[in-house]
Design a protein around this ligand. Structure first.
Ligand code: N01
Length: 479
């Protein structure tokens, strides 16, 4: 036995939490999943070309590699299959309640437990672990006239596979990582594609999607090589990519790499100028893709930079006139800055999480919030990264929560002390100052008031060190 744990979400985070509970012999947990299957973002994002731009060997649990080791970068079907396989292998399915959304969670002080309300009723839990992710609520743009469009229209994360885009005039609004992956695939079948770009993105190549047969054989015959490769990828991200975001030695190197990629793939100087960002590399999430630029040079693809004024029944109106469209794809990103506050969460003394976070979400280590005992967040505020795998961060967070469980089991509900939170915030603010995300750009890393609530400003290694073991002195306990 052990504490009774409610896990919200069955994506990478929720499954990782459940696997570690299983490994520790704690079977008193329930995963609530609002969708009809496990997989989280990899269940929801089925757009053509969807895949991961982080190396598979790092974008996977350290304890469970992809069974198919043929690709350097996994596609969405492969990642979804991997997560489904994890749920099966570790026997999690019987503990997952699919199609069951958590509506609210309230801490009952007299019982020292959480009342978790779902569409199916209310249950009591000792611990709540939120694993709802940062990129799970599609954001439609605030462009007037969206509902007047007469053709098919959908968000990239809610792809409508019943719509045949073959030969059609397709408008894609937005040019982030999702658009970069779907545009090349859609352009292959569409009659014409207009990419509406408000701000250009920095793009670096995603080279060698498949491993050569020789490398695959070596991986198969010498398992140690896979661990070594994972380690190499990790170090490359930590020692070359991370400094480029922190104003370090590689800033210019990575910038030149991206500019070289642009020059190599786009020869038309007018198009190249349109695609050249004016803000520092990394301020917005860097796009990692080798097919995006070539798709934009196709004769049947236009990059439209005229400001959109509204959507009209026949297409997209810009300041330069109407661009006709049969279908519109909104690759306009996600509502990222609200985190768990979209669920009605009430802590000690009737404090509402949404109210606590009205000036910006924050949590100690991105995991714990003062006045909310025994509530733990995975992929919470300030734990996103711009340079390496979020799965690594999730594993750090899960290990931390596992370290908290014996403490709360013996000393009662635990709650991070406001002083620990203050110190955390001060350190975060100090470290954030040197990060490129603060430069003049808008991005989903920031909330409406411009505070970076998404990202962790340190290296992944520093985060692992900080989360290695919970410090009891940072918490107050009921007993
Ligand atoms: O969304 P985004 P995304 N009018 O927010 C534009 C992860 N991901 O779905 O830059 C016109 O990046 C907006 O323009 P601007 C990854 O972390 C990972 O592409 O604000 N345009 C922007 O171009 C990524 O960062 C993988 O000026 C409007 C776009 O919409 C995150 O998901 C793959 C607009 C939104 O870009 C989100 O990526 C895919 C408007 N009113 C995604 N409103 C991997 O491979 C918004 N835009 C791991």
């Amino acid at each position: 036995m052990g504490p009774n744990v409610a896990i919200i979400g069955a994506g990478f985070g929720g499954l990782c939490m459940a696997i570690q509970l299983e490994k520790a012999g704690i079977r008193s947990y329930t995963i609530f999943e609002k969708g009809s299957d496990v997989g989280g973002t990899w269940r929801d994002n089925t757009y053509p070309g969807a895949g991961c731009d982080t190396h598979s060997h790092l974008y996977s649990f350290s304890f469970e590699r992809y069974s198919s080791r043929t690709r350097r970068y996994a596609g969405q079907p492969e990642i979804l299959h991997y997560l489904q396989g994890c749920a099966d292998k570790y026997g999690l399915r019987s503990r997952i309640r699919l199609n069951t959304a958590v509506v609210s969670a309230a801490f009952d002080e007299s019982l020292g437990k959480w009342r978790v309300r779902t569409s199916a009723g209310e249950e009591l839990f000792d611990v709540v672990v939120s694993a709802i992710g940062q990129l799970n609520r599609p954001q439609l743009p605030d462009i007037p006239g969206i509902s007047t469009f007469s053709g098919a229209a959908f968000h990239s994360a809610r792809w409508d596979h019943s719509v045949d885009l073959a030969g059609k005039r397709v408008a894609v609004i937005g040019n982030g990582s999702s658009a970069a992956q779907l545009v090349p695939k859609v352009a292959e079948v569409a009659g014409h594609l207009d990419l509406f770009q408000r701000t250009p993105n920095w793009v670096i190549p995603k080279q060698g999607i498949d491993f050569s047969p020789r490398v695959r054989t070596a991986f198969r015959l010498v398992p140690f090589l896979q661990r070594a490769y994972r380690e190499w990828v990790y170090r490359y991200a930590e020692h070359i990519l991370y400094p480029a975001l922190a104003g370090g030695w590689s800033t210019d190197l990575v910038r030149k790499y991206a500019l070289g990629h642009l020059h190599e793939q786009v020869s038309d100087p007018v198009l190249r100028a349109k695609l050249t960002p004016s803000y520092p590399l990394g301020c917005k999430r860097v796009v990692i893709d080798s097919d995006f630029y070539p798709a934009l040079t196709r004769p049947d693809v236009d990059v439209v930079t005229d400001r959109i004024t509204r959507i009209v029944p026949g297409g997209v109106e810009t300041v330069a006139g109407v661009r006709e469209a049969d279908a519109i794809v909104y690759a306009t990103g996600f509502e990222t800055s609200e985190f768990l506050s979209t669920i009605e969460v009430t802590g000690r003394g009737g404090r509402r999480l949404a109210e606590e976070w009205k000036d910006g979400a924050e949590a100690y280590l991105g995991i714990a919030v003062p006045h909310f005992p025994n509530l733990f967040l995975l992929y919470g505020p300030n734990t996103n990264l711009g340079h390496t795998s979020i799965v690594f961060m999730l594993e750090c967070q899960v290990r931390y929560v596992m370290g908290c469980l014996p403490q709360l089991a013996s000393r009662g509900p635990m709650e991070v002390r406001p002083e620990a939170m203050d110190t955390w915030r001060q350190n975060l603010d100090r470290d954030m100052e040197g990060m490129v995300w603060q430069a003049g750009c808008t991005s989903w890393y920031k909330n409406a008031s411009g505070r970076v609530t998404g990202n962790w400003p340190g290296s992944a290694t520093a985060y692992r060190r900080l989360t290695r073991t919970p410090r009891p002195e940072a918490f107050q306990f009921a007993r």
